[in-house]
Design a protein around this ligand. Structure first.
Ligand SMILES: Cc1ncc(COP(=O)(O)O)c(C=O)c1O
Length: 459
């Protein structure tokens, strides 16, 4: 419970942040009490927010408080909350047909969405087409991709990266290596999974150029495991996020993915890009691997694909997506509502040039945070691409404190990795909204630094 007074006004916005009293308000507090009696306590709610409505980059809670949303349901609401075109597409579809079963019949929207995804797939030198399987979530997309890789190669082993997050089901969890709490108590997981170090571009040795270092970070690690524990001819796939999400919005150096692609080609290993968090314009490209001009063999998708209606999928180069009918399936995967939402959502991303806006607002925000880094030593690293921005602070408690204090000022942000804040607002973010969010974060961090200084002086 907090009685914070609001520190930042938003004159540039017609409808800005509005916090009417202490948080949580009375209706939210009552709802939380009710919820906690019947919901699993593994749901790690980060602050006492009970949203009722969404409008663009804002969430309105049950007490009428209006929050600026810089996490968009964890990088989901790409076109903002309840974009009218997404709402219309879902409303029209729900009135026609809600479910038919995409594994058994030719469900509405399934082919149209797959055609669209194939058209968006990164173009590379391989020249073949793509085929798609639709799911309900990101973890299910990863699960299917791992099964396909084993089926196609007849090999068992999978290579992932420490800090990587791929989901919670047993297969995806076996490759996830982000936080021990996500794995503790659930073993044994899949055997044959090896984790390597994911390089952080910000940690490049000053005497080495980025591409050389990036290539070396891949080449050395793979050579070591291939020579010792993991014969390459037993490896089915390398599963990797182009930019680590849950692991702290870590951007790899140039050269890293190019080297991995070459290693895969040399040894007949499939490269699976987990674009669940990075896809659909989030980094300023439709898929983040495009930043490194690398064509993966398989791409996993979810989150930003539809701006909120559950739908995910994986697409693979056509000659790989060859397995017999019923080898894989899903009752709800590619549900008509998800397909309608995704088609409308992708259409908005393209027609409103949201990727250009993502680059513009992302660069602006990162520039502002770098100025703040010069001003405040609690902020130790600013990194990211597009509107996937990681802000690393001195320690975990600083990250949690920053997040919590921003909530009481009406700004929603999330932590990631060991000690970072992640920002992944809707791609429709305006300059005024970006500036308002930045100003709140700046005021809050400077206030925290001041308090720390007083504590230190006070001894
Ligand atoms: C990169 C990545 N892969 C997979 C997943 C799992 O997706 P879902 O939560 O939809 O199962 C996530 C979720 O955060 C993710 O960020």
């Amino acid at each position: 419970m907090s009685t914070t007074t609001h520190i930042i006004d938003s004159p540039a916005l017609e409808n800005g942040i509005e916090i009417h009293g202490p948080l949580p308000g009375p209706k939210a507090a009552a709802h939380i009490e009710r919820d906690e009696k019947v919901t699993s306590n593994c749901l790690g709610r980060v602050y006492p927010l009970v949203p009722e409505r969404g409008e663009g980059c804002f969430l309105i809670d049950v007490d009428g408080n209006r929050f600026l949303d810089f996490f968009a349901g964890i990088a989901v609401c790409a076109t903002g909350h309840s974009h009218p075109a997404v709402v219309k597409a879902v409303q029209e579809q729900v009135a026609r047909l809600i479910h038919a079963g995409g594994s058994d019949v030719y469900s509405p929207g399934y082919a149209e969405l797959c055609e669209k995804l194939v058209a968006l797939a990164p173009k590379g030198s391989y020249g073949d087409g793509w085929q798609v399987f639709l799911t309900n979530s990101g973890t299910e997309a990863v699960e299917g991709a791992l099964k396909l890789a084993r089926y196609h190669t007849g090999r068992q082993r999978i290579i992932g990266f420490r800090g990587g997050f791929h989901g919670r089901t047993m297969g995806a969890l076996s490759v996830t290596a982000s936080k021990a709490i996500q794995r503790r108590g659930f073993g044994p997981l899949l055997s044959g999974v090896v984790h390597l170090t994911f390089p952080n571009k910000s940690h490049r040795p000053k005497d080495m150029d980025e591409t050389t270092w990036g290539r070396q970070m891949a080449a050395r690690q793979f050579a070591e495991i291939f020579d010792t524990t993991t014969p390459p001819e037993e490896v089915a796939a390398i599963l990797v996020e182009p930019i680590q999400g849950e692991g702290g919005y870590v951007v790899p150096p140039d050269g890293f993915f190019q080297e991995i692609r070459e290693i895969c080609d040399r040894h007949g290993i499939l490269l699976i890009a987990d674009e669940v968090q990075t896809g659909f314009g989030r980094t300023g490209k439709m898929f983040a691997v495009e930043h490194w001009h690398v064509q993966p063999d398989v791409i996993c998708m979810a989150k930003g694909i539809s701006s909120g209606v559950p739908v995910g999928g994986f697409m693979a180069r056509s000659h790989l997506m060859q397995w017999p009918p019923a080898a894989h399936g899903s009752t709800w995967g590619g549900n008509p509502l998800g397909c309608a939402a995704a088609l409308a959502n992708i259409q908005i991303i393209e027609s409103e040039d949201l990727m250009a806006n993502t680059v513009e607002q992302g660069e602006y925000l990162m520039e502002r945070f770098r100025e703040l880094q010069d001003e405040c030593d609690l902020l130790v690293d600013v990194r990211g691409l597009g509107l996937m921005i990681g802000l690393e602070v001195a320690d975990k408690s600083t990250a949690l404190d920053w997040m919590e204090r921003c909530f009481y000022q009406g700004l929603l942000i999330l932590t990631a990795g060991a000690k970072a804040i992640r920002l992944c607002p809707p791609l429709i973010l305006s300059r005024a909204e970006a500036e308002l969010g930045f100003q709140i974060m700046r005021e809050v961090l400077l206030e925290m630094a001041q308090t720390k200084r007083v504590e230190v002086v006070g001894g």
